[in-house]
Design a protein around this ligand. Structure first.
Ligand code: SAM
Length: 209
């Protein structure tokens, strides 16, 4: 079996290639390599996410969680040029490709980084992700419980998940965790989930007593 795509330092010898991300509003040529997710084509789930999610908030901080070589983060940056876009990943080869792809696209302000390089107090207006389902349910839940609480009040996350990899179960679990979650789109075998920030607990009692 091949090496999984979420190794921090993939061992596979480099073999660079390019893929084209063509959407109605943009065209990006992206460099990819062995040892990263979907190196030979834009993943169909990623494409569906980028085709179905409404425009991101125009300003503030936006996050691509599990950015790979950068297709989602760079699309966010094109669609919201005033926003500060972040992409995080564990795969350093993917992060290096994403940085090079940002430079080639003239989108150098996008910050591609490991999770612990992002200031912990930073809050995101939107999180877009094709999440790493293959890391297993417990690790995925930990990952989502690390980042979703960092949505601003009123912020929204959009996640694309294959139905047979558990999109319905994930939707249910997110609701149980207090993140109101709806299915935004359903196309081929993919579901796009819209996840709202957890409502702030309402204050009760009288502080003046
Ligand atoms: C399904 S891929 C999506 C990649 C890219 N966004 C795309 O659309 O092509 C999920 C990504 O999550 C990354 N990943 C795995 N575990 C992670 C973690 N704990 N924190 C951040 N990213 C992680 C993987 O390395 C992989 O690049």
């Amino acid at each position: 079996m091949g090496e999984h795509y979420f190794a921090s330092r993939p061992g596979a010898a480099s073999r660079l290639r390019t893929v084209d991300l063509v959407l109605p509003d943009l065209h990006l040529r992206l460099e990819t390599d062995r040892g990263v997710f979907s190196p030979d084509r834009i993943d169909p789930g990623t494409r569906i996410l980028l085709e179905t999610v409404p425009a991101p908030p125009p300003a503030g901080a936006l996050l691509d969680l599990g950015c790979g070589y950068g297709p989602i983060a760079l699309t966010l940056a094109r669609r919201a040029p005033e926003a500060q876009v972040y992409g995080v990943d564990v795969n350093e080869r993917a992060l290096e490709l994403a940085r090079r792809n940002a430079t080639a696209a003239g989108l150098d302000t996008v910050r591609f980084a490991l999770a612990d390089e992002i200031a912990p107090e930073l809050r995101f207006e939107a999180i877009w992700s094709n999440p790493p389902i293959r890391i297993g349910k417990a690790a995925l839940h930990d990952l989502l419980l690390t980042w979703l609480p960092r949505l601003t009040p009123g912020g929204r996350a959009h996640l694309v998940v294959q139905k047979h990899l558990g999109s319905d179960t994930l939707q249910r679990w997110l609701n149980e965790q207090g993140f109101p979650t709806d299915r935004l789109a359903s196309r081929s075998a993919y579901r796009v989930l819209a996840v709202a920030a957890r409502p702030e607990p309402t204050r009760t009692g009288d502080d003046t007593a």
